[in-house]
Structure formats: C-alpha cells, structure tokens
Design a protein around this ligand. Structure first.
Ligand code: CS2
Ligand code: MN
Length: 391
C-alpha cells in the first residue's frame, strides 16, 4: 500500500516541496487542469507533470480525475470520439508511469455539499450536506450557486445540460457506463493502468439526476460490466458511508463483532461492499463523516473516534482481503486558520496521512507478529521492510 496526497498541479498553493515534508507520503495524486474535459492530454504536459513530481522526490502514479465527457454519460453519437480520446489518455498516462486512474460517472455534478464552512465544536470547519438546503438550490427553481461547484457552466448552459438528462434514467446510465467500460478496460489492461471509479458523492440522486455508483450492489454490477482486473473502484469511505443504507458507520445496529476480529468494528455494510469489491479496490480514500439525519451529514477529522467510520476496521478489512493499492487522506477540515481549497487544505490532510500511516504500521506489525517467521501471501513481510525503511 502506498500513501499518497492529492496535489492540484503547479497552481496549487500547497507545493510539492510542502507535500514531501509529510513524512509518510511517497507520491501525489494529480491531474492536468488546463485541458478541456473530453480532450486529449498533451504528451508534453503529462511528461512535465510526472517529471516535476519525480524531481521533487514524489511518485506520480495516480491520476484523479480523468473526467468523462457528458456526451459519454448521455450516450450520444458524439460519445465515440470522446471515448477514443479517453483511450488515448489512458495509453499516454500508462507510458509515463501512471498506474491508477480515478474517475467518476456522476451526471453533471461531482461532489455536492450545501455548506463548505460547517462549524465543528472544536472551532474547525468542514464540508456538510443538508438535504433541505440542497433542495433550495434546485437549478430549476432558483439561481444555482453551488458551493465548490465548477463555475464554468453558465446558468443557461447548465439548464440545457440538465434538460438533456431528462431521457437518461439509471438504467440508461448503466448502459452508457457499460459501453464506455467495454471500450476502455482492454486499453487500460494493455497499458498497465487500473481504472478506479469513484462512488457518487453523495450516493443518491440529486436534482433528479440518476446516480448509480452507490453501494455493494452497484459494485457487483460494475464488475460484471467488463472483465479484467483493470475494472475496479475507488473505495471512498465518506462517499459510501454517507447513506445509512450502506451501513458503513459503526452504529450499534451495524456492528457485529466477528469471530477472530480483534478490534476494528467491521460492520455488515463494510463487509458487504468490501466483499463485493475484493481484488478490485485500486484506490482508497479515507474520509470520516457523521450522519446527522436522512441525507444529512458532515465531514470530520479522520480518526475513528472523530466520526462514525471505524478507519482501522476499513483498512484492516481491505488489507486482509489483499488490498495493495494507493490510499490518500480524503477531504480534511480547515484548521489552524488555514484558508484553503474546500476539503483540500494542507494541515488536516497531513494529519490524516500520518494517522493512516499509524494504522498501517500497527496492522503490518501485528500481522507480522501473528505470522511469525512464515511468509505471508499478502506480502506482509515485504511491507514491514518497506515500512521500516519509509517511516
Ligand atoms: C472528491 C471528488 O471525494 C473526493 O475525492 O473530492 O472530487 C473526487 O475527486 C472525484 O469525484 C473523482 O472523480
Ligand atoms: Mn473520495
């Protein structure tokens, strides 16, 4: 497992020089931000991006996101050309050492929140989602100004796009995802790139738009769409966790201590999603949240005791199942007076990275102690050595 950190490229105020000082982070998760969605990423830009990371002592093996053009999600005839571009991007990224690509298939909106400055009791702030506030933002009824949302859509452009989705329900969206995957997965396999779809955030329909990557059943269906290890997921705890229906949070009713599980409350919901995704979790986003009502939640600091998700249980379950991909701290709070990009300040995410490293070190050493001198099929002994060298 490699601990990474999201970096928004050369315009990010959080420089590579700062990221490399977080003791446990070995690589960044990044993207090109100046190519329009659907276009081909210039090879020289990819070379520059990956090169500058390496020059700063950081790996550049994960791209998040390689956005999917709306015409692909809508299944329009023009999708074919955009899919070709997408394949070319995968090939180019593979050529420059990228091993994992995170993307999503959410119509129109990426992550959605109603408040970017939700006050937590310790004086910090976090992102939150309140259903009634989101309904007030309904683009058909009000002037749409979404916190954190891409400002590049004009109001009319956005309305026109929403209208095009009127004929696209969940089933159609699944068909369009299937058509996309059947084209790109073979290319990803051939390019040594793992595709990791990000769950919908939040995992329910917003503004009448379908959202389909929401829980265990979606993961099973996704994996049936295209064979090949390259077809996988980003296990985003905060996204899957936001709906009580997924039972990821360690509420009393969700927790059954399983025989042999020492510590780490593996809820039935966690087990179900992780089992569905076994062998196909290529990327892990650790974010903690607290559910405050039906379709209401706010984000918290990463440690288990700060939110509803038992982070050790998640990590342990995935590692027990053979996870050996990339992990990054997902959205952090704003602390210590930082005024950063919503969810992506430096300080709290850096705390998150160190916390993840602590959980991992404990897991690896405990496993090594359990296994004695025996070789472990998950490469734990190798990981111990890596850890001792890295930490
Ligand atoms: C979010 C998303 O949860 C997250 O990681 O910040 O923006 C995410 O990067 C995209 O949905 C991935 O495609
Ligand atoms: Mn995420």
């Amino acid at each position: 497992m490699k601990i990474t950190f999201r970096w928004y490229g050369e315009n990010d105020r959080i420089t590579l020089g700062k990221i490399r000082q977080i003791p446990v982070v070995t690589g960044v998760v990044t993207a090109l931000y100046d190519t329009p969605v659907g276009g081909v990423w210039p090879e020289e830009s990819i070379a520059r991006l990956t090169g500058v990371c390496r020059e700063n002592g950081l790996e550049c093996e994960v791209v998040e996101s390689l956005p999917v053009h709306e015409d692909i999600k809508l299944g329009l005839p023009s999708a074919a050309g955009y899919i070709e571009n997408y394949k070319e991007n995968i090939r180019r990224l593979g050529k420059y050492g990228v091993k994992c690509v995170c993307y999503n298939f959410m119509p129109v909106f990426d992550w959605l929140r109603s408040d970017l400055n939700y006050a937590l009791s310790d004086g910090s702030s976090a992102l939150s989602y309140k259903r009634k506030d989101i309904l007030r933002l309904n683009p058909d009824r009000s002037k749409l100004s979404l916190p954190g949302w891409d400002e590049s859509y004009t109001r009319d452009g956005l309305r026109a796009l929403l209208a095009r989705y009127e004929n696209v329900d969940g089933e159609r969206l699944w068909d369009n995802l299937g058509a996309f995957l059947s084209e790109i997965i073979p290319v990803a396999e051939a390019s040594g790139v793992k595709m990791a779809i990000h769950p919908d955030d939040p995992p329910w329909s917003v503004f009448g738009l379908p959202r389909i990557i929401t829980g265990a059943e979606s993961v099973r269906r996704l994996l049936r769409l295209a064979p090949g290890e390259a077809n996988g997921i980003t296990f985003c705890t905060g996204s899957f966790g936001a709906t009580g229906a997924n039972g990821l949070l360690s509420r009393r009713e969700n927790v059954k201590r399983r025989n042999g599980s020492r510590g780490g409350a593996i809820t039935d919901g966690l087990k179900e999603i992780a089992d569905a995704a076994k062998g196909r979790v290529h990327f892990l986003h650790l974010r903690n949240i607290e559910i405050t009502g039906e379709h209401d939640f706010h984000e918290t600091a990463h440690p288990s005791e700060c939110g509803g998700i038992d982070m050790y249980a998640v990590l342990k379950k995935l590692l027990d199942d053979g996870f050996d991909g990339y992990v990054r701290p997902d959205h952090g709070r704003m602390i210590w007076g930082e005024n950063g990009r919503p969810g992506y300040g430096l300080f709290d995410r850096a705390l998150g990275a160190c916390y993840i490293a602590g959980l991992y070190e404990a897991y690896v050493k405990e496993r090594a102690a359990d296994a004695g001198k025996k070789r472990d099929k998950f490469g734990v002994r190798r990981n111990v050595n890596k850890l001792i060298n890295n930490v």
